[in-house]
Structures are given as C-alpha cells and as structure tokens.
Write a protein that binds this ligand. Structure first.
Ligand code: ADP
Ligand code: MG
Length: 587
C-alpha cells in the first residue's frame, strides 16, 4: 500500500506522450505565465485606488485601467495557447495508450476474454484512457494555475503590508490543512473503492437487464437479483460513509476560505485603532478586493487534487491490462507429424480458484479418431478443450499435437490445426458471407456457398431477403440459436482444419435443427480428428471412444458398449438420459 504514494503518474504520462511530451511542459509553462499575467492587473488596481485615495491626477486612472485590460486579455490568450498545447498532447497520449493497449490485448491468452473480462477491458480501453485525456487536456493547466496563483498572491499580499498579509494568511493556511486532510493516501484508496463500486454496479446492471425476460416470465421481483441489489446497497453505504467522513474537513475548508473577509475586518480594526492614514485605507480596500482570489485559488487546488486521484486510478487500471502476461510464442520450426493429440498429466487451475478445473488428465487421441467428452456440468470439459488451443497454458503437464508441444507451435500454426465450434458461438453484425469468410478471408463466394451447403444452411439462406449478403441483426433479420449455430459450423467447414472440437454444439438446436446439425457434423468430421463435447448422449453413442470427466478428472473411457459394461458414471448418466427421452416421448 505504501507504494501508492510514490506512484509517478507524470513519468508514465510523459512516456505515453512520446515526442509530444515537450508540449505538456510548454503548456504548463504557458499556463504559469498566464497565471502571473492575471495577477499583475491587481497591482494596477492598487495604483488606481491609490490615485483615488490620494486625490492625484484622475487621468492616470484610465491609463492604469487600460493596462489592466490589456494584461487580462493577454493572460487569456496565453491561457488559450496553453490549452491548445495540452489538448494536442492529451489526444496523442490517449491515442498512444489505446494503441499500446490494443497491441497488448492481441497477444493475450484467449481465456482472458471471458464474459466478465471483455466488459472490463472495454471500459478500460474507453473510459480510463478518456479520463487520462481529460486530465492532461484540462486539469494539468488548471493545476499549474492553481499552484502559481497562491504564490503570486502571497507576494502581492506581503508586498503591500506584511502585517495584514499575515493575518489574512491564518484562515488560508487552516483551510489548506483541512483540504490536505481530505486528500491523504487514505483517499486514494477510497477513490479506488469508488471506481470499483461503479464498475461492479455497471456490470451487475447489464446482467440484470439481460435477465429481465427471466424475471418477467417467472414472476420474480428485483430482489431475486440479490447481487445487483447488494451492490447497489453497498454503493449507497459506501457513499454515505464517505460523505460523513468528509463532512468536518469540508466544513472547515469552506468556513476558513470564506472567513478571510472577517479577518480583514479584524485587521482593519486593529490597525486603525490609533487613527487612520490614507495608506491604511488604501491597503485595506485593496485586500478586500484581492483576498477572494485566495479562495478561488484554494478551491482550484482542491479540485485539481481530485482530478489527479482520478487520473492515478485510471492509469493503474490501464496497467492492470499491460501487466497481464502475454501468451509466450516460440517458433521452433517444429511441425506436427500428424493430427493426433496427447495429454500428459495435464492440470489447470483458474486464477484464484481453490481447486483444479482439470486435474492430472492423461489421454491420447489418434489422428482421425472420433472421441466424445461427457460428464456433469462443471466437470472441466470446456476447460480441457480450451487448453488444447491455448486459451490458457496448462498449470502442469503438457499437451502435444502430432508430437509437438502446443507451446512450441506459433499460434497461427496452432490455429490452422484446429477448428473450434463453441457452445455459444455468436455471429457478428455483418453479412452471412462475411461471417463465414472470417474462417478463411481469401475464400471465394462459391467456396462460402459450398461450405454453407455442407453445413445444411441452404434453407436459412433461402428465406433471407438478400441471400448470403443479408446482414444479420439488421431490419429484423434475426436467426434462431440453432440457425446461428449452423452458420458457425459452416465457418468450420470452410476452415477445413484437420482437428475439430465441438463444444456442446447442439445445445441450442431444436429437434428440427438437430437432425440438420447432426448431418452437418457428419459431413464436417470426415477424415478428421474429432473431439465432441455433448450433453445429449444420443450423439456420442457412435464415437470411437468416450472419455468421462468428473470433477476435473478423467474417470472412465472406452466405447459406448465397454462403458455400459463398466457399470460406472457413464452407465448411470446414460440410463438417466434414456429415461428423460422416454419421459418426453411419453408426455
Ligand atoms: P464443463 O464444460 O464441464 O461444464 P468447465 O470447464 O466450464 O466445465 O468448468 C470447470 C470448472 O472450472 C468449474 O468448476 C467452473 O466453475 C470453473 N471455471 C470455468 N471457467 C472459469 C473461469 N473463467 N474462471 C474461474 N473458474 C472457471
Ligand atoms: Mg462447458
């Protein structure tokens, strides 16, 4: 925790700014010049008051006034120039941050992009970089002004009458101390909690909106979304605590900085007790005009402190992504000898999980063999399949494809070996043609059509207004889950990789779709090594071998008949499955 104080945000910003870092310095210098220029007119004002009080030549007043106006206009122009510099630098920093983030994200293991992960990454790429941009563009210049102004004011205040100056400083210093107490290192932690709370609330809200159909159809209330409610309550409590904690320092700050007037009146009283001189009146009038500036300057410092805490939080979030270990790529030049797969004592544990999701699994699949992975939900089937394509790297053991460790294959080569049809493969908002072509960008329209045909998709295409050029999700052209699944199978057909992994790919299919999907799979898996994860056991009966997963371990394997003879988990699952089918038929 002690580290938070040393966080050198300016160094990081300058790194991101690259060649534009001098613009940041220039912007800050200009802002400082502008702050000084803004203060000088107050000296002119003092001269105007002196002229008036001493009854000197009134003609001088307009000269002073014009000088003051010129200086203010000058200060404004310089300030605009300062903002111009900081804005250019800020845009550059934001662009550089986003591109380094994107460059990093591309190298990350695919497992980072599960549903939670993508939302978080999107927020960081958009929001945290935007917060940094705002800080550099606006807050940096303001902060410089906020720092220079009090120093200039001090000089002004003390130059005219140090005794009155000293008295007006008392409330300013107390106010400043109150402000500092609001911004200690505890506050940085608070700021993080605040941003975290906002983050969870926003992702829970998304979850809630997604769940509305369930809530409505099952007649539930908001309270069924316990997590959503809990995080709103938590956020409410947090805000209340935070506000209460700041109540006294904030009261102190506001009271002090607004009390400077009262102190001047006091000073006036003390210093004019023994008769007034025109010099005293001059100074007191002057102070009454100048001291509100102290208030404004202190308030600005307070706000710039808050902006800085926001910035540090944003930068740390960006760091979180930059610190994720990229997938290590090796190019050993090794080529898989065939399309067989071998797992040797493979274990994998998700970060922060208490136990292995896949635990000491050894199995080998011959090239061209068709195998099935079955087992209760949560037994590690998806994780095992994802390890094959390096969504994550195994915690222990090794995975070989054609005798080569997957870590020694460049990811491009690995991806060429394997097609993966996910349980919830989604189509993107593009035409069917483009969606299928993602698997092989150089494919001709004929190739795509033939892939769609093999994947039994022609009935879908025929009912669409523009055939394969129809954009999905536009003008009411939505496809059912089963239909989308068939299109994603066409992708795999087009890719034509020698190893095919199907993860519960029939899960969405209605009976009509299912026969088509099955036919598509048969076509697709000819002469290929096939790993099929299925919960409808009817689809696995014909597999060459079936592996049964239980709590991350592979507990049984063999053909359907062998497993039925073993009288273990598979047999129980199969009997239950058959009963459920009979029950459906009976009903
Ligand atoms: P299956 O596909 O057999 O249903 P999974 O491979 O999806 O099982 O999950 C295996 C175990 O790993 C489960 O206990 C699950 O809760 C856990 N798990 C899955 N995905 C993640 C994840 N992204 N982070 C942490 N734990 C996970
Ligand atoms: Mg699964």
């Amino acid at each position: 925790m002690g580290k938070t104080e040393k966080y050198d945000h300016m160094k990081l910003i300058r790194e991101y700014a690259g060649g534009h870092k001098n613009l940041i310095t220039l912007g800050r210098c200009l802002a400082a010049v502008s702050a000084v220029l803004t203060l000088i007119p107050f000296y002119e004002l003092w001269k105007i008051i002196r002229t008036a009080v001493n009854g000197e030549d009134p003609g001088k007043i307009s000269v002073y006034a014009w000088i003051a106006v010129a200086l203010i206009v000058g200060a404004l122009l310089v300030y605009i120039a300062a903002l111009f510099c900081t804005h250019i630098a800020a845009f550059r920093v934001q662009a550089n941050m986003r591109s380094s983030l994107m460059r990093r994200i591309i190298t990350l293991p695919l497992g980072v992009f599960d549903e939670d992960g993508t939302g978080k990454i999107r927020r960081i790429v958009n929001d945290s970089t935007a917060a940094t941009e705002t800080y550099i563009a606006h807050s940096l210049a303001d902060k410089t002004v906020a720092l220079v102004t009090p120093i200039g004011l001090l000089v002004l205040v003390f130059a005219f009458n140090w005794k009155i100056g000293l008295i007006t400083m008392i409330p300013a210093v107390i106010g400043f101390l109150c402000m500092m107490s609001m911004m200690g290192k505890g506050m940085q932690e608070k700021m993080k909690q605040y941003q975290d709370a906002l983050e969870t609330m926003s992702s829970e809200a998304t979850e809630y909106v997604r769940g509305i159909p369930v809530v409505k159809t099952f007649g539930q209330t908001v309270h069924s979304f316990k997590r959503f409610k809990a995080c709103i309550d938590g956020y409410g409590k947090w805000t209340t605590d935070y506000t209460l904690k700041l109540r006294f320092p904030m009261m102190g700050f506001m009271t002090c900085i607004n009390a400077i007037f009262a102190f001047i009146v006091l000073a006036a009283f003390v210093f004019t007790k023994n008769g007034t001189s025109s010099a005293d009146i001059l100074n007191i009038m002057y102070y009454i005009i100048v001291t509100p500036l102290v208030t404004v300057a202190l308030t600005k410092i307070a706000y710039s402190g808050e902006a800085e805490m926001n910035l540090i939080d944003a930068l740390k979030r960006v760091d979180q992504i930059m610190e994720i270990e990229p997938l290590k790529e090796q190019n050993t030049g090794k080529k898989p000898a065939d399309h067989g797969i071998e797992l040797k004592n493979v274990s994998y544990r998700y970060k922060g999980a208490a136990r292995d999701a896949v635990s000491n699994v050894s199995l080998s699949i011959k090239a061209g063999e068709h195998v099935a992975l079955v087992g209760p939900s949560g037994s590690g089937k998806t994780t095992l399949a994802e390890l094959l394509v390096r969504f994550f790297d195994v915690t222990e053991g090794e995975i070989l494809i054609g005798g080569v460790n997957v870590k020694e294959l460049p990811s491009g080569d690995l991806m060429e070996q394997v097609s993966f049809v996910f349980q919830d493969s989604r189509l993107i908002k593009k035409s069917i043609l483009e969606n299928v072509r993602m698997a092989k960008p150089e494919a001709s329209e004929e190739e795509v059509l033939s892939a769609l045909e093999k994947a039994q998709c022609m009935d879908i295409i025929e009912k669409l207004p523009n055939g394969i050029h129809t954009v999905i999700g536009e003008k009411g052209t939505y496809l059912s889950g089963g239909e989308q699944q068939r299109i994603t199978i066409a992708r795999a057909v087009l890719k034509d990789a020698p190893i095919l992994i199907l993860d519960e790919a029939t899960a969405f299919a209605d009976p009509d779709n299912e026969t088509k999907v099955q036919a598509a799979f048969e076509e697709l898996s000819k002469n290929k090594t096939l790993i099929m994860i299925a919960h409808r056991l009817s689809t696995v009966v014909n597999a060459d071998r079936i592996f049964v997963m239980e709590d991350g371990k592979c507990t049984e394997f063999g053909s359907h008949n062998e497993l039925m003879d073993q009288n273990g988990l598979y047999k129980r699952m199969f009997e239950e499955y058959t009963r459920s089918i009979e029950w459906k038929v009976g009903a």
